[in-house]
Design a binder for this molecule. Sequence first.
Ligand code: SIN
Length: 331
Amino acid sequence: MTKFSKFLCSAAALSVMPVLAQAACDGGERVIKFSHVTAVAGHPKGEMVAALAERFDEQFDGTMCMEVFANSTLFSDDKVLEALMLGDVQLAAPDVGKFDAYTQKLQVFNLPFLFDSTEAVQAFTETEQGEEILMSMEGSGIIGLGWIFNGMRQFSANRPLVEPRDAAGLKFRATTSEVTEAMIAALDATPQALAFAEVYGALQTGVVDGQENTWSNIYTGKFYEVQDGVTETNHQFLTYLIVTSPEFLDSLGDDHEAFTTLVDEVSAEYNARANAANEAARQAIIDNGGTVRELTDEQRAAWVEVMKPVWKRFEADIGTEVIEVASGGAD
Ligand code: SIN
């Protein structure tokens, strides 16, 4: 299949997604707020959350209504967990790298070159160790409801990146994940923690030289417009944890089970589309004049050799058994 025909298939797959226009809450119902930081159209998380809101409104018609605040319009990921605990929002789905202040367990998802596909992440989330992580922050008032999958992260910079040494001396935007900071430092580069909403401006003005994210984030955030090119490093898989508070779940009473079932159904449906969304975003970057650099096996092996040793630093906090299971070892 040629790249172009692959794109047509991806675009066709995406075009069957429902139009996600959410009716506003009319004031009579209990309003449930879901805050997140990404775009909606063409984005695995944005589309999943929009679909969840649409179906939630249908299912709980007249009693509850979900308002979605996308694109960091209500809270950044740094603030949303506090807001959740204060009851200012009821639902959020941050990147797993944003939970370091509450648990180190989620860092397993960020270990470079551990997961190489949606299927591998899904298999881990279905293990006992993966399921235990959902409740690992209960003591802090955060309950994990399920997972949203995005895709593999790629590095980009204001100069070509082919060998890991090309990144040396550059400043890269990082999330607040300690693993990501260590991974960037392993390249002899400097990590600069910035909220997702600040990335485009920081790349444009030269506050940072580069970033690393998924095709769908690089495309919908337009990062490729202000970078020399994107290098297909496929170094980490971006997973989101859908979170709520115990107070919210308790307040649902008899609707509790119907609500969690709905979250499971909609996330499963949209997770099955995440690969297509990222393939379409990769192609859209090329079609819009962006440069995508593929690596030879030898070049990619050099990135693995430099970044994979950061696992050692996090082994004790994450747990060797969890890492083994996540790597496809013992269950
Ligand atoms: C997101 O996809 O929610 C943001 C990820 C990031 O901050 O890099």
